[in-house]
Write a protein that binds this ligand. Sequence first.
Ligand code: PBG
Ligand code: ZN
Length: 320
Amino acid sequence: MDRLRRTRMNPNLRSLVRETYVRADDFIYPLFVKPGEGIKTEVASMPGVYQMSLDEILKECEVLQALGIYSILLFGIPAVKDSVGSDALCDHGIIATAVRAIKRSFPKMFVVTDLCFCEYTDHGHCGILDHVHETVDNDLTLSISGQQALVHARAGADMIAPSGMMDGIITTLRDALDVGGYVNLPIMSYSTKFASGYYGPFRDVAESVPSFGDRSTYQMDPANRREAIRESLLDEHQGADILMVKPALAYLDIIRDIREASNLPLAVYNVSGEYAMLKHAGNAGLIDYNRVMMETMIGFKRAGADIIISYHAKEVAGLL
Ligand code: PBG
Ligand code: ZN
């Protein structure tokens, strides 16, 4: 008789036959930087996640490295927003200033910069609006995106992560970086990003709620699986170095599909709403938080992710 349980009887043997692991090295931890000093404001919808001024960000980098986390994803929240997101295009804007300071104090920290306009525009959309102000003008947004990439590159970013889902963004950024002399700077594309309700808490922390409409003209329909694969493959052909699926929990099938359709490294973004659900359920005593968190992370790896971007990263690293 088949006795699958034979390999489960002994903990050493369970380890020997284990197929999937989670390591601190798998994680990228998101950080939100704002102007000022001594600012560390917890986000009500995301206990344990903060908007921080640069001095606090530097303290946080120390904590992260002590936990074995050497990769961060940086989001800037500027003092002033306008229609084109000027702060993002300036070498002394919030993100450029933060990257320079982090790299100066923590040269071993791998700093990934989120490249988008929604945190920087007064209307909260991911690019410049079209002339009727109905949605984002894709090509007009492309025309200034290269500039944003060069601001990040000059500040010392280690990898650029465009999150706006503009068509043609990877070609545009690759060209701009190559011409600017940054041929070795990698691009991690938010290549398959769905229009999702799970981003709700993020928009609180990044102060990027769209003032009208939604992002469904540029982000994907959650119902579309073939289109999800096509989106990622297009970015691969345009020269992306790493692909991404976002959100994570409701899209494990898409992670597996893209894992099988491409040989590029694959990241998954375990987004704000997913974090909030576990956190609040844990705080309410409804679930064993640590256990459910680890089970969730293993699920991402098993589905085919190489890299996990997660607000849980510190807690996971602490448990490992
Ligand atoms: C913006 C951006 C979003 C996230 C990362 N970059 C949200 C959005 O499209 O509104 C979501 C991250 C999260 O929910 O944790 N382009
Ligand atoms: Zn955006």
